[in-house]
Design a protein around this ligand. Sequence first.
Ligand code: SF4
Ligand code: SF4
Length: 435
Amino acid sequence: MSDADTTPTDASTDSFEPVDVFSGEPMDLRPGADDCYKCTTCDTSCPVAEVDDDFPGPKFQGPEQWRLKRKGDDDIDPSINSCSNCMRCDNACPSSVPLSQMHNEARGAFVERQMEKLSTEYVRNRILANYRTSAWFASKVPQIANFAMNFGPARWVMEKTLGVTAEREFPAFAQQTFREWWAERGGAHVENPDKRVAYFHGCYSNYNTPEVAKAMVHVYEHFDYEILVPPQKCSGTPMFANGMLTDARRHARTNVEELAAAINDGADVIASCTSCSMALRQEYPELFDITDIETVAQHTYEGLEYLRINEDLRGAVEESEVDMPDMAYHAPCHARNQGLDRQAVELFRDLDGVDVEDVGPSCSGISGTYGWKEEKYDKSMQIGEEMFEHMEAGAGEEGMTECPTCAMQMEHGTGYEITHPLEVLQEALTETSAA
Ligand code: SF4
Ligand code: SF4
């Protein structure tokens, strides 16, 4: 939607009047909206607006909707549900307008007030948003779950009744979760009060790819860190994207409480998923008012980032060697928002035995649960097309990324196997120390 399509803001008729849009909560974002000078940079950076003619774009979803708010007129435009929460607009805005905060709050308000709670869309979105619950059940019977989730007729029924696309294969559940493995090995093998980290593994590394979480443990113990694995719930990432802010707040309370206790014990927080670190660092303090939430945000790092800051990681990698296929690297949008988009490529440039090539700045298109929705699947694949083409045009035979859902999309679009940078680092450090 262009500026001409919306009501213009006129200073003479638009005198500032704080609006408590969500009654009882101090959520007036009008000052942030006033920082927007309508340059449209956010709109041109939005991957959904590029493929979806019905999506008005981030400027409308953010500052324009907020500007137009008046008491008694607080309906949210339903198109907010088409925003995938990739957060690229946040990164693009030269005026630091809190776009994703506005989108998250608008989506939360829409779901709470305007979405029919018995609708298929609400039920589907609630199930997708609460992946941790489904994964917990599936992890009790992983073999049966892996068969059932990808059984053709069951997938067809899921698409027809719930609107979960049958085009994608469900990721397999591990036979043993990371937390089960951690308990079986007796927890940390290193005690070191001077170098202590609390690992936020998130849902996917626990239930689906414990090999990533184990790589985190091996790499950090290689550098003599004591690792704490506090009780934790979902980071909230899929809940933000689906407007389930009540669920997200409940999970955030536990996470903040547990991580703050670990910080109090001298730890910093590390995450292997860039969307989890993004949630803890940015979305939590933007959306919730929980004791110690700022402390947790300030002490949270992505796993590779923390080692680059505190260790001679480059030196360790330069002395190492691996025997791995060359890799096409995709930087997740949420890694870009944290300024981490170049770190894996720069780090592995000096590693003998593997070439890592950046496939460019495009969005993978899946954005967590967005690409799992039947009505969004084609758009998700259209967004991902540029990344697929670059992967296939490059020399890499496999893919690499930090985000588990970007990994799903990369694999789905190209058939490549996908590795996490921590797994490459583990291979480099353990192969070298074993040699
Ligand atoms: S990029 Fe920022 S300043 Fe420009 S239109 Fe979007 S919100 Fe407004
Ligand atoms: S978060 Fe992503 S999809 Fe949503 S408006 Fe911003 S750029 Fe577009």
